[in-house]
Each structure stands twice: as C-alpha cells, then as structure tokens.
Design a protein. Structure first.
Length: 336
C-alpha cells in the first residue's frame, strides 16, 4: 500500500509553509558558486533530487510504488506521461530563471516570476485540481489580491533599489549589472514564466488528492516528476555543458563546491515531497498559494545578503509592505 499519512488540516498547512521556506531558501547557493559553471550546479541539483525522490519512494512505498505506476499507466497513461513532461518543462523555465537570479539578484527578479506563479498557478490548480469544501471563492480571491499586492510591492522595492544605483550600474549591495543586463534579464524572466506553470498543472492533473481522485499516489507521482526534472536538466544544462566543453570541470568538482548543488537538491525536492503530501490532503488550490509564500523567504534572504544595502527608505517601506501582504495572503487561505 502506498504511504499516505493521516494529516490534520493544521499539519498539512504547516507542511505547505515549510516547503515554501525550503523553496525560498535554496537559491542562496548561487551566492557561493563563484566562477563555477551554473549548469554544473543545475545538473548536480537535479541528480541529487532524482536520487532523493526514488530512495524515499522505495523506502516509504516499497513494491507498491511500482504497482501504483503500473495501474495508473493501464487506466490513464496521460497521468504519468504528462507528469514527466511537466517536470521537463518547469525545469527548462527554472534554468532560465536561475541565470537571471545570478545576474540581477533575488530581490528584483523573484517578484516578477512570482506574479505569474500566483495568478496562473492558482487558476490552473483550481480548474484542474478542484477547490475543497470550506474554501470559498471570495476568500481565495482576497488571498490572491494580497499575494499579488505583495508581488507588486516587492517589484517596486526592487525598482527603487535599482534606481538608487550609481550611473556605473553598481548597486550598493555588491551586485554588478548594467541597464542592458537588467532589460535582458526581465525579458528572459517573461519567457521562462511561460514554462513554470507546468509544475502546477502537473501536480493538479497527475496527483491523486481529496478533490481530484484520479492520478498517482504521492511518491509514485514524485518519482515521475523528478524523472522529468532530471531529463529537463540534462536537455538544458547537460547540453550546454557539452557545447561549452565543461563536463570535465563538473566531473572533477570538489565537494566544497558540489555541496551547494547537493544541498539545493535536498531542499528543492525535499520541499516538493513535503508540499505534495500536503497537496494530497488540502488540494492544489490551497497548497499552491501557500507555496507562493516562498517569495517571502527569497526577499528576506535577498535583504540578509545586502541586496538592499544603501537603498532609499521607500524601497524598504515597499519591501516591508510586501512581506506583510504575503502573510495576509497566507492567512486568508488558511483562516477559518
């Protein structure tokens, strides 16, 4: 039998928020890579994720893992194949996002990405995965308004922080990028945002939950998503490493550098596993907006790492407003 813990609503909510913390934290590894190829980091991250998910899946489910995969493949194979495809697509989009994060920083780029995730992701989650009893449309809309407000406030904070840079394009927090880098990064983020809702569609369509009885159990679903994610990393970063002749560097990576990809993989897919168990209980329409509060942690880490150093007071005011609105958005989703 597939592992399915008996969760209370509060436990499932706490798990969603914990996953959001993990998602919003692993990006700080980018601060420590130096000249190490970003694609090497990416391949390490998703290789670790693949090993983690399959190991946890076999440990928790045993042979039931493969039994569930086989039964769903026979009954409705699209639940399996589309989950793999969604894993590939969201990772392709995330690879573009990581490049932008490394160039123009977390505080400026993350809110733009989150704006697509919260609106498109929640719409997909509600449409495909269903809305659970007890969550009214009005409360969901109020939550989305708060989360969107948080994103707008964060974008204003980032904009004012950038405007406070000297003409040379060097912000006080140590990031160095030109106006051309900024606009190129924003364009790439817009393009990447077309791929990222694939994660929400995958979890809404491929996972069996309280509002969506079709699909895979949690760990079989996660193994398919992680397999797709690994394939996506090889199709993007793996190919780029071949083109740039950097596979030798990656294969000889010292642990002092490889650990950042490993830790990020544990945080990224560790968070995914926790979030997926919560989703099976809450439904993706509830768990996904809670997951969007990862932006809160990304903003806090950007602040802790000095990206707002020497920023004007209005940038700090906007940032604090964004943090409060993230908290309000989460409250309206879970409040009773």
């Amino acid at each position: 039998m597939n592992f399915s813990p008996d969760l209370s609503t509060n436990q499932a909510i706490l798990m969603s928020l914990t996953a959001a913390f993990m998602w919003g934290t692993w990006f700080i590894s980018l601060k420590y890579l130096g000249d190490y190829p970003l694609d090497g980091f990416y391949v390490t991250l998703f290789s670790t994720s693949l090993l983690l998910v399959w190991s946890v899946g076999i440990a928790l489910d045993g042979t039931a893992l493969f039994g569930n995969l086989q039964s769903v493949l026979q009954a409705d194979p699209s639940r399996v194949w589309l989950t793999i495809l969604c894993g590939i697509l969201y990772v392709l989009g995330m690879r573009i996002s990581l490049y932008v994060y490394s160039v123009i920083g977390l505080s400026l780029s993350q809110p733009i990405q989150a704006s697509v995730n919260v609106l498109a992701g929640t719409a997909i989650a509600a449409w495909v995965g269903g809305i659970p009893q007890g969550l009214t449309i009005s409360r969901l809309i109020i939550s989305l308004i708060c989360l969107t407000g948080a994103i707008i406030a964060s974008m204003l904070a980032g904009r004012w922080q950038v405007q406070s840079q000297p003409e040379s394009g060097q912000p006080g927090g140590g990031l160095k990028f030109t106006a051309r880098d900024l606009w190129r990064g924003l364009g790439l983020l817009a393009f990447a945002s077309l791929f990222l809702p694939a994660y929400t569609f995958g979890i809404s369509y491929g996972l069996r939950s309280t509002t969506h009885p079709q699909g895979l159990a949690v760990m079989p679903f996660m193994t398919m998503l992680a397999t797709g994610a690994f394939l996506g990393s090889m199709l993007s970063s793996g190919v780029l490493l071949v083109i740039n002749k950097q596979w030798k560097i990656v294969l000889k990576t010292p642990f002092s550098i490889a650990r950042f990809g490993i830790i990020s993989g544990l945080f990224h897919y560790g968070g995914n596993i926790i979030h997926t168990f919560a989703t099976a209980f809450l439904s993706s329409a509830v768990s996904w907006p809670l997951g969007v509060t990862a932006g809160l942690w990304t903003q806090l880490w950007g602040l802790a790492y000095g990206e707002f150093r020497s920023a004007p007071k209005k940038a700090y005011a906007a940032l604090i407003s964004g943090i409060l609105l993230y908290l309000l958005g989460a409250y309206f989703i879970v409040g009773r």
